[in-house]
Write a protein that binds this ligand. Structure first.
Ligand SMILES: Cc1cc2nc3c(=O)[nH]c(=O)nc-3n(C[C@H](O)[C@H](O)[C@H](O)COP(=O)(O)OP(=O)(O)OC[C@H]3O[C@@H](n4cnc5c(N)ncnc54)[C@H](O)[C@@H]3O)c2cc1C
Length: 434
């Protein structure tokens, strides 16, 4: 789906409960009370929409890119937290307590019934914990899978608590139409969780893959190739990625995102270029041929298939070569008439992967710690290097595709913008969302 459509769809979905609540109405109240309810309603709808912004829905993440989807997810979670934290305090000065004779429907009095408020209080405490745990995930140093499980269960709990609180303590949520609306919206959120953790793995189970080779490319980079086991394979575009699960049940949390470095035109086998980093990637060399694997995907928008620019610039740092290699291989395989140029940066010469295949024509190898007599570029992929490799005309006409360390991506992106490359001609994939 196109980004503009997605933004409009999000805005409609997030404000719909607020609009419906105002239509449902009630006796007039002071502004601060309406504001308190409005912020609570917005916070709840934003939290429910976070479930569909989890990155696992291709119609969303493939439209705007996985990194943009995850960044949006993070920003919206923090905004919802802000709204939720303000919500109870803005009721200050509002009558509270039991039934007043002049307010039989309790529209002007906020409840102090502990049962009605308890779920809201619990969610009020849980939500900041969940957001803080997500922000501090890397510093806290616990396993990614553990964090993911806590995040999913915590989010589910918060959604159910908020549904209870909205329906039992809410002036608007307690009205028939709104009760049903919130139940429906919560069901979509919970359903999306069930889809990711139950339905998608069930579908993946019927489409197993087998590892056919594990090859060491450089001292800490490997190529893993898998083959479809009794099915036709994956319908993907060069540059996309999948969640790869090797050697576990398809329901396992042990899956990691990896870009596909092979090309769809070369056949159904799918290859990954994987750098050793943590507990899974450090064990790649021990994977035996024949091991079962599951691929959830394809995801991502890093594709040049439908682009009309006359040239494609590929800028890779380290293992960021993976998706760009897929693109380069596809272009070479089909004899793509567009010009293509690759800049590939590493620290030392031993880290350069696929050197024989890449060749020397239109490939610029960059080393920050080069050996003596190194014939290629030295230093980092920076503004000066970009200016040596691309002309002013190329900056303004080509599509630039990049993947690598954050510092490299930021430097290249800033320079492209400075050189007048419009943002729709800059494509990137980030390997972490921090
Ligand atoms: C879209 C995308 C494409 C990627 N493509 C490649 C590639 O082609 N080659 C490559 O070597 N690396 C790639 N990565 C990075 C790769 O996913 C991590 O290096 C790998 O998951 C680390 O797993 P680990 O168990 O070895 O380390 P851990 O110590 O468990 O994880 C290290 C870090 O990797 C990230 N990570 C781990 N598991 C997941 C997960 N399930 N979902 C999201 N992030 C996770 C987290 O930021 C975590 O802090 C890609 C990442 C993303 C997001």
């Amino acid at each position: 789906m196109k980004p503009l459509f997605l933004i409009v769809a999000y805005l409609v979905a997030v404000t719909l409960p607020l609009i419906l609540s105002s239509l449902v109405g009630g006796p007039p109240r002071a502004f601060h009370q309406e504001l308190a309810s409005g912020l609570g309603i917005l916070a709840f709808s934003m939290i429910l929409l976070e479930f569909v912004l989890s990155g696992r829905f291709k119609s969303i993440s493939n439209g705007v890119g996985m990194d943009v989807t995850m960044r949006f997810h993070q920003v919206m979670a923090r905004t919802a937290l802000g709204f939720a934290l303000l919500h109870p305090f803005l009721y200050q000065g509002t009558l509270s307590g039991g039934q007043r004779p002049w307010d039989p429907s309790q529209q002007l009095t906020i409840t102090t019934d502990f049962f009605d408020l308890s779920s809201g209080i619990a969610a009020f405490l849980l939500l900041p914990s969940l957001v803080l745990l997500a922000i501090g995930r890397t510093q806290l140093n616990y396993k990614y899978e553990t964090w993911r499980l806590i995040h999913g269960i915590g989010a589910l709990l918060i959604a159910l608590l908020l549904l209870h609180h909205t329906v039992y303590a809410g002036r608007y949520g307690s009205q028939h139409l709104m009760t049903w609306f919130w139940v429906a919206m919560t069901s979509v959120a919970v359903g999306s969780l069930l889809y990711v953790y139950l339905l998608a793995p069930l579908l993946d189970k019927a489409r197993a893959w087998r590892v056919i080779s594990v090859t060491q490319l450089t001292p800490n980079q490997w190529e893993v190739t898998v083959k479809p086991d009794g099915h036709t394979g994956l319908d993907y575009k060069a540059g996309q990625f999948v969640w790869l699960n090797v050697g576990h049940s398809s329901f396992s949390m042990k899956e990691n995102p990896f870009s596909i470095c092979s090309t769809p035109g070369a056949g159904p086998d799918v290859s990954f270029m994987i750098k050793e980093l943590g507990d899974f990637t450090r064990t790649i060399g021990q994977i035996k041929a024949g091991t079962v694997a599951y691929l959830d995907g394809p995801y991502g928008s890093l594709s040049v298939d439908d682009r009309t620019e006359p040239g494609v610039a590929l800028i890779a740092g380290g293992v960021g070569l993976a998706p760009l290699l897929g693109i380069l291989r596809q272009m070479r395989l089909v004899g793509d008439p567009r010009k293509v140029r690759l800049i590939y940066g590493n620290r030392v010469v031993d880290q350069i992967a696929y050197r024989d295949e890449l060749g020397a024509q239109d490939v610029f190898y960059v080393l920050s710690d080069p050996p003596e007599n190194w014939p290629g570029e030295t230093g980092y992929i920076d503004a000066a290097l970009m200016d040596r490799v691309f002309s002013a005309k190329e900056f303004s006409e080509w599509v630039f595709v990049m993947c690598g360390p954050t510092i490299m991506m930021d430097t290249v992106e800033d320079h492209l913008i400075e050189r007048g490359t419009s943002s729709h001609r800059i494509l990137s994939e980030r390997f972490n969302y921090e």
